[in-house]
Design a protein around this ligand. Structure first.
Ligand SMILES: [Zn+2]
Length: 292
């Protein structure tokens, strides 16, 4: 599933190709993409309008159109925007024609990706107010803020980080990588982190995301850049998907278990298990890390 660095990678490569272009056609081949809106409602709202900006909030990509019309899209598990793809692009759900003659296609094998509309900036703000929390790549997320947010929380810190309403865009890969870098066990209760640990963790969340961004995202499952190129961050994971390998810090064994419903990778020498928490049963070898 694309996480924040993957979505931001897409945004950065797509923005110069679409900004300033007018949408000349919108063909929705799979009405489930925009349900409950009808495909004609989306087309009526966006066709003829210029894309002023392509922005991102959490893992949503927002086509900001002239007249404060916003087309809000989410890639979910397997969605990808492809620029000038071959005519037989598989799993095509949406096709967008641009005024410079180029075409954008939304391809999505598992069909969980979505398209929605907001009219006016207040409606856009309302849309995100109930869905996404702090933006971790900006200045919003710092140790003091994370410390305040976690007070009173009995949730394991990994589950806390995965909650999009708390911190936007951090998924399974980057939660594992950030917690390892901060030497914090994923099952540690969020509310018990010290002020110093929240400071460290705010920094390592940003570090892990920034490293992912620098590598063009991680290519796992179906993630693709709009030009079909793949990201390389999967080659730089410190612990994620490295079960049985040596910890890059201490040489101990990286183990995998299930936490927050997700395949979770730790070095329990570097990330001491909290007192009173039993070692979770290890996930079966070969289980997908993206398991629900
Ligand atoms: Zn270690």
């Amino acid at each position: 599933m694309p996480e924040l660095p993957e979505v931001e990678t897409i945004r950065r490569s797509l923005a110069p190709l679409v900004e300033g272009r007018r949408i000349t056609a919108l063909e929705i081949r799979d009405p489930r993409w925009c349900a409950p809106l009808a495909p004609e409602e989306i087309a009526d709202a966006v066709v003829g309008r210029t894309i002023e900006a392509l922005s991102r909030r959490g893992k949503w990509l927002v086509y900001e159109l002239e007249g404060e019309v916003f087309l809000i899209t989410h890639l979910r598990m397997t969605g990808a925007f492809l620029y000038d793809a071959d005519d037989d692009a598989p799993y095509e759900r949406v096709r967008i024609g641009l005024s410079d003659g180029h075409e954008l296609r939304f391809c999505d094998p598992r069909r969980f990706g979505t398209g929605e509309l907001a009219f006016g900036a207040p409606a856009l703000d309302d849309f995100f107010a109930s869905r996404v929390g702090l933006e971790p790549l900006g200045d919003d997320l710092n140790g003091a803020v994370l410390h305040a947010l976690t007070r009173g929380s009995r949730a394991p810190i990994k589950a806390f980080l995965l909650d999009q309403k708390r911190v936007a865009g951090v998924g399974n890969i980057y939660a594992d990588e950030a917690l390892f870098r901060a030497q914090i066990h994923p099952l540690r209760r969020a509310g018990t982190l010290t002020r110093a640990q929240t400071e460290t963790l705010a920094g390592t969340v940003r570090d892990a995301l920034t490293a992912g961004l620098a590598a063009g995202g991680a290519t796992i499952d179906d993630f693709r850049h709009p030009d079909g190129v793949s990201g390389a961050f999967q080659n730089e994971f410190l612990v994620h998907r490295r079960e049985g390998e040596d910890c890059p810090r201490c040489g101990g064994e990286i183990v995998k278990f299930v936490a927050a419903g997700r395949g979770t990778y730790v070095c329990e020498r570097c990330q001491p298990r909290p007192r009173g928490v039993r070692r979770p049963s290890r996930a079966p070898r070969g289980a997908r890390s993206g398991q629900p």
